[in-house]
Each structure stands twice: as C-alpha cells, then as structure tokens.
Write a protein that binds this ligand. Structure first.
Ligand SMILES: [Zn+2]
Length: 597
C-alpha cells in the first residue's frame, strides 16, 4: 500500500480519487480494527476489575433466629409487622432442623414481617436468604404460593427512600425451599431492612433468615459490640436550672435549689467513684458556673441579660426572671463559702479523671426562645471559663429543658460554627419537633446541617429500669447508639445508685460504653472508610483506608469466609473466626490477606 509516489503515468483525476478512496477505506478498516481490539482489551480489563464479587459473609442482622422476644408480645425483638397486635404472626417451634429454636408463621396477603436494620454502604451488595414453606391445614388448600422480599433502603436520616422488590418466588406446600435475593445498595443508602410478603392468604412459615454482605462488612462499633451507649449527666450549680426553675421535664422543680445543688455536687462524686470502679467514662454536660471557683470580683457574664421570655406562659414557675437579670442571684463569694454556686475544683477533678466535659450552655437558657446572638454570647462565655480550667471547648451540647424545639437555622449555624458536632436532650414530648430516633436508636444527622449528629437519650429513674433495659435492647437489636442520662443530683439515693450500677452491668454485656463525642466521631469515621477487594481467589485480599482524623480502635470486620491464616499489614498469623478486629489509625490504609486453607 503505497501512496504519494508521484503522478502515475496514466494520470487522471477520477482514477486517482478512486484509488485514494480505496486506500482511505483500507486505512479506516485497519483503524477500526485496532480500536476494536483496544476496546475489547479495555473491556476485558474493566470486567476483570469490576467483576461482581461472589463471596458473601455470615448473617449480620440481630435476632435473625427469632429467639429473643423480651417483651413477650409475640413479635421477636427488633422485628416489626403490619399489625402491632401480632395478628397473623406467630413464633413457632417448627423448624428446618427440628429442635433448633423458632420459625415465624405469617398469614394474610396484607401482612408482612420486617427485619431489624443493618448498616450498609452505597455500591455494596447484600444477600438475603431464608427457608419457607406453605402450611395451610384445610384439605382443599394444600398448594404452593409465592412470596416477595422487599429491600427497604434508608438514608442517614432514616428516610425509607427506596424499596426494591425481589422476583416473586415459589413457596412449596409443606416442603422447605430456599428463597434468596441479592441487591446493590443505591447511592445515599445508610441502612437496610428486609420485609417478607406472602402474595396470597396461604399461611407461610419462614426459618433460617440470613442477611449478609457480599464482601467485607465493617461493623458500626468497636470490639464486636452490637451498640454504643453513653452515660451522660446534666451537671449544674445552683445557677443552672435550679435557680431558674422551670416545671417542664424536671421532677425536682419545686425542691429547694440549694439542697438540689448540694445533691448535684454529691452525685457527681458518687458517679465518678462508680465509673472509676467500673472503668467507665461518661459525659458531664456542664453549665458556666460549674467552672468557677468563686466570683468575688463580680465578673459579669454575657452582659447579665434579662430574658423577658422566662414567664409562666412559657412554663416558668413564676414571672420573676422576666424582670431580673439572669445571673443576679450570684452571691459573689467563693467555693468554700458557697459550694452550691461554684463547682470549679470538682469539674477540674472530673476532667483530670478522664471524664468528658461538654456544654449544657453557660446560662442554662431555653433554646426555644433565644436567638443566634444569645448563642454566640453563651459559647464565648462557656469557652472562656472552661479554658481557665484548661478544659477544651465543647463539641457536644445538651439542651437545657430539652429545649431544641423552635431552634432557627441561624441558631443551629452558630452551634456548628462553634464546633458543636453532636446534640442531646432534644425535644421528646412533641413529635412534630422530634430530631432523635427513639425507635431504632440510629444516630441521625441534623436535617439542616449534617455536621451535627443527634443522639437519642433516655431519662434514668429507678422505677423505669425495666423500660430502660428494653430501650437498650432496641438499640442493640438495630446496632444503634443510646444516651442514658439524669441530672447528677439524681444519682445519690441508694435506689438511684443501684439503678446506675445495674445499667453499667447491662451496658457492659453488649455495648461499647463511651462519651457522646467519641461515639459520634467513631460513627462518622466508619461511614467514611473505603474498602477495595483486590482478589477473591486464591487468597482473599482487600484494603481498608481511613481518610479521616479519628483513629479507629477495635474496628470490627465480618469476613466473607473463615480463613485459616490472616495477614494484616505484613504480619501473618493463624486464625479461627470470621470476625477480625484491627486498629486503623487516621489517614492510614491497611492491606489484609485471607488464606482459606
Ligand atoms: Zn439542666
């Protein structure tokens, strides 16, 4: 194939054009061929790199064998159904392997059984499998039916934004059959639950429910713990909610504020002693006067405001504070003379003992009534007095009187700008203002600003111990986080001490106990981790990267197989589990290799 060798002897324009066209055609054909070969090669590489992973790990959903029904309502803990009175739902002892616990019976075309939640990551695939059979007893109804499995994808706020249905699958009559489906988590997915739907009124029985991840699953909490639990306290001197007493959300509102302050102080020491015995750290939500060792100089805080909103209409006990400056009752003495007003030496002791000190506001004002300027003044005052005790600025805030209702976007922005990353004591009594998830205890981002996380709290009082245990069980069933709290004044009686002791023991069994900010930081960082599976065969090789500033300890991985040997960051060791725990410092990547045999 030559061209441009000069004019041909029989030169003529049309012959030359024909020849050029032929040559161009050949050229195009060869270019197309090369491109096709290249495309094929690229496609092969891409398919290799992105070939769907095959190996799925063990079950991840809590109570998947229906064994626990602690409230005895017929519905296993963590599971839900169309009808809360358990109509058409029963736990049965009729199982695939006789004597192996429970199966679930579901009756009614409009009935369903829905699993607890698991944490998921967008792009990862999840496999559900179960055994089912049709179980009508009437002689003329002994026939197979069909079921569907629904994948409910929830976003970080808990919104059920996508429901993905499986194919319809046949459930044979009186013969167990495997029902399975795999789906990939869509963008934004943070949690998943599966519901089981019979497509007729034929009664079905389901057993061996399993929900697993294809690949490596990263547990939400360290050291294989099912849930996270914080113990936290509203910790305030007489200048907190005691002198500014309000009836709402406070069983001691009518008690003498001086006695209450003495109990606040005594309780903080008792809790510290209990926590030190048990090796536990809590969060003390602290008001401004707690940091003072006195105020003989008559320092003025926040320009000593008068809050005209503090009226009986807004449920204050009197209208006194409507016309008196907020800090006007300061005796201007010191901690020795008036230990009810200043806790400076105690807060320093708590901090030195490793307890977490966070903000209950400086002023103990109501978030519902103040504006952004009040918040700015409050943060400035809190930071200043905390710094005098060498205590770090707060990253977490507990609203006085659970007064988050009515907070404006501007006020929330002031919280975020001042470094607040978690809030608690959010409104619980008016569902239209609710921010916290008190059903599954998932940490939720604040809708206006996802930098701020909302943890659900439960108020600890001795008569409520059984209900509190049930709330902890709900958090465990859904892999959530729960904050158990009271004022430090409510930790002093024998009954209160026994209750806190009992809760520490309950929590230690299945929960990671940590201060609120540490729970929130762990959760945020785990969400940001990146996992890349390099190969499944002959060794299973994957890398995990921590792109954040938080060191992760005891990171818990559920593996897609039970390896005989594991190599982490170059160190190889024998292994006998499908759960692996490792430390992953900030900005580190670790490579893990699993040898099946
Ligand atoms: Zn308070």
């Amino acid at each position: 194939m030559r061209f441009g060798t000069g004019l041909t002897p029989c030169y003529n324009k049309s012959a030359l054009r024909t020849r050029i066209r032929r040559i161009q055609r050949r050229k195009i054909v060869s270019i197309v061929l090369v491109v096709a070969v290249l495309l094929f090669a690229v496609r092969v590489l891409l398919v290799r790199a992105g070939s769907p992973l095959q190996l799925a790990g063990p079950n991840l959903v809590a109570n998947n064998n229906f064994a626990i029904d602690s409230d005895n309502n017929g519905i296993p803990d963590g599971w839900t159904t169309a009808f809360p009175d358990a109509k058409g739902i029963q736990r049965r002892k009729f199982t695939v392997t006789p004597g192996s616990g429970y199966s679930m019976y579901i009756a009614g075309v409009n009935n369903w059984l829905r699993s607890p939640l698991i944490d998921v990551r967008p792009g990862e695939s999840y496999l559900v499998s179960l055994q089912a059979l049709a179980d009508n007893t009437e002689p003329n109804k002994q026939s197979p039916t069909q079921v569907e499995l629904w994948f409910h994808w929830l976003d970080a706020r808990g919104i059920d934004f996508n429901i993905d249905l499986s194919d319809r699958q046949t459930v044979p009559y009186r013969q167990w059959a495997a029902i399975t489906a795999t789906r990939q988590a869509p963008p934004r997915a943070a949690q998943l639950s599966i519901s089981i739907h019979p497509l007729t009124d034929d009664r079905i029985v389901v057993d061996q429910f399993r929900l697993s991840q294809v690949g490596v699953h990263i547990g939400a909490w360290p050291n294989g713990k099912a849930a996270a639990l914080a113990f936290s306290f509203d910790y305030e001197t007489e200048m907190g909610g005691l002198i500014h007493t309000r009836s709402e959300d406070d069983p001691n509102a009518t008690t003498d504020p001086q006695q209450r302050a003495q109990r606040m102080r005594a309780g903080a020491d008792l809790i510290l002693a209990l926590f030190q015995r048990e090796g536990v750290r809590g969060t003390f939500y602290t008001t401004g006067y707690n940091f003072l060792t006195g105020n003989r100089d008559g320092r003025v805080f926040m320009n000593n405001p008068t809050y005209t909103w503090a009226t009986t209409d807004n449920r204050w006990a009197t209208n006194y504070w409507q016309s008196h400056p907020w800090f006007s009752s300061d005796p201007h003495t010191d901690e020795q003379a008036n230990p009810e007003w200043y806790f400076g030496s105690q807060v320093r002791r708590l901090y030195a003992a490793g307890q977490d000190i966070q903000s209950h506001t400086f002023a103990h004002f109501a978030g519902s009534y103040v504006g952004p300027d009040d918040w700015r003044a409050d943060f400035a005052a809190w930071k200043a007095v905390a710094a005098e005790q060498e205590i770090a600025p707060a990253t977490s805030l507990a609203f006085p009187w659970s007064s988050s209702a009515g907070m404006t976007a501007q006020s929330w922005q002031v919280l975020a700008d001042n470094g607040i990353r978690s809030v608690t004591r959010t409104n619980w009594s008016q569902p239209r203002f609710a921010l916290a998830d008190r059903t599954t205890y998932a940490l939720r981002p604040l809708p206006i600003n996802k930098e701020i996380t909302v943890i659900a709290d439960e108020y600890v009082q001795p008569p409520q111990l059984p209900q509190l245990e049930a709330r902890v069980a709900a958090a465990v069933a859904n892999g959530g986080a729960i904050d158990l709290w009271a004022h430090t004044e409510e930790t002093v009686s024998a009954a209160q001490q026994a209750t806190w002791q009992a809760l520490v023991h309950v929590a230690k069994q299945r929960c990671w106990i940590a201060p609120v900010p540490e729970i929130v930081a762990y959760h945020t960082t785990v969400r940001d981790l990146r996992v890349v599976v390099r190969s499944e065969q002959p060794q299973y090789v994957f890398q995990i990267t921590n792109p954040d500033n938080t060191d992760l300890h005891g990171l818990t991985l559920t593996l897609p197989m039970q390896p005989k040997t594991v190599q982490i960051g170059g160190v190889r060791q024998a292994f006998t589990s499908n759960q692996l725990q490792l430390d992953l410092p900030a900005h580190h990547t670790v490579e893990v290799t699993l040898w099946p045999a």
